[in-house]
Design a binder for this molecule. Sequence first.
Ligand code: 0O2
Length: 221
Amino acid sequence: QRLAFMARFRADITRLQMEHQFAVDEMLTKVTILRQEFQHLHHYNPIEHVVSRVKTPESMLRKAIRKGIDPDLSVIREQLTDIAGIRITCSFIADTYRILNTLISQDDVRVLEIKDYIAHPKPNGYKSLHAIVSIPIFLSTGPVDVTVELQIRTVAMDFWATLEHKIFYKYDGEVPQPLIDELTDAAAIAQELDERMEQLHSQIHGANGVIDTSGTHLDED
Ligand code: 0O2
């Protein structure tokens, strides 16, 4: 009986994982379309790179336990909002908002929550736009709404967050104060870099950051 339960649980969690992978695939298609259309219309690509991942069953269960979520799969599906994650890295701050707004204004994308850590950075200096959205995927049994976490940030924010994440895990969350101070300082430098690059960009491409295609324009490459 226990073995039958385990087999069913494994089958169900694999299905949950698959559904989230389909949702990631749907969102990635949307991002690819935006990227190509933008390039075509404005001769400019606001997206530097995109990464995605779906949590493994082990990682889902670990996070559920850490967050005190009942390890029942229907509860995990509802309360673990980052089983499917997509991180979009943009060149400039204005692009992060532009990409987010374009994605969430699509009819089949339902916004569940937005956290603007760019306007309101975390105390450690972490900056990023986070959106929890729900999109339908169409299975043989009918449509299923699946939650996806979007993280959108600039290259400088991503550089900082990646290093901070490594340091956080290296010290198991107990990062020594001098390192925390260094990181906070580095976050301020990353912000300054973002602002200066954005200013340069608008000087070249106009205030809206998009190349004016009515006249001569600079090639992005
Ligand atoms: P991992 O290993 O990247 O998956 P949540 O833990 O998601 O339920 P929270 O903290 O309210 O709840 O969500 P939030 O603030 O939106 O953060 C979600 C994710 O953003 C994190 O996932 C990280 O990926 C990233 N993040 C948030 N804060 C920081 C930070 O200070 N530094 C870095 N480097 N990344 C951050 P996980 O599951 O915590 O981690």
